[in-house]
Write a protein that binds this ligand. Sequence first.
Ligand SMILES: C[S@@+](CC[C@H](N)C(=O)[O-])C[C@H]1O[C@@H](n2cnc3c(N)ncnc32)[C@H](O)[C@@H]1O
Length: 264
Amino acid sequence: MAKVRALETERDNALFRDPLARAFAAAGGRWPASPPLSEDEAARRRRLAVSFSIVVRTRFLDDLLREASASGVRQVVLLGAGMDSRAFRMEWPGGTRVFEVDTAAPLDFKAEVLRREGAVARCERITVAVDLRADWPRALSAAGHDPTAPTVWIAEGLLIYLPEDAVELLLARIGTQSAAGSRLGLTLGSRGVIERFGAEAAPGSAAALWVSEMPDDPVRWLAAHGWEAESHTLRERAAAYGRPMSSPERREERPGGLISAVRR
Ligand SMILES: C[S@@+](CC[C@H](N)C(=O)[O-])C[C@H]1O[C@@H](n2cnc3c(N)ncnc32)[C@H](O)[C@@H]1O
């Protein structure tokens, strides 16, 4: 993820700029970014398609967060935050608190890179080391999250790694912590993506760990969880951002449905 964001940051017409991404990629041994040595054409296309989807969804969720801030939301929860550097790279209104939830190992890795880079958050940033299969709402509350005030929740590149029952439980728990006016940004694996991408993924790669795809009707699914949702396709968002899908991406189905939702 960091490597893809670092490459995007170098583009003249970047859809976002993530100045820390390069340091994260380097710390993970992924920079300088060179393509894998033995990569066939199909694997190359899959890699480009996944990279493209990461770029578009990052921009989609940046916009969603800006809209949430503009609507007055001051609590942000990044679920499975990983190397998300939004606390450092985006403008936040005064009083914004960003909670980064992930397990201890990635948060420790991140902290070390941030320390070396001398990175300074542009908001109040709170890390919460907890497994999302455990009672994370309790850990989040203990860290200062206020469920009576609206929250914008982001689950970017996360749900595809969780089995269906874990996704349901996560959504139910998010619901119990979401005051009216809360927002939600999700990325979902599109139908069939695991068969097309995961099945051929190299062992140990991210795609080899994909287990869950989006429901047939994500808007109805989220309505049942109390959210008024809109579903966007990568293709539509990419065109809206002036980065229409081009060859070879056009020939591949995109991984990822993009969801924005509001709690009334
Ligand atoms: C593909 S990364 C995406 C990271 C980040 N959202 C981004 O877009 O850059 C998935 C993240 O989810 C985290 N994750 C996966 N399963 C988790 C779990 N059960 N509990 C907490 N975090 C988890 C991983 O540690 C990883 O950082």
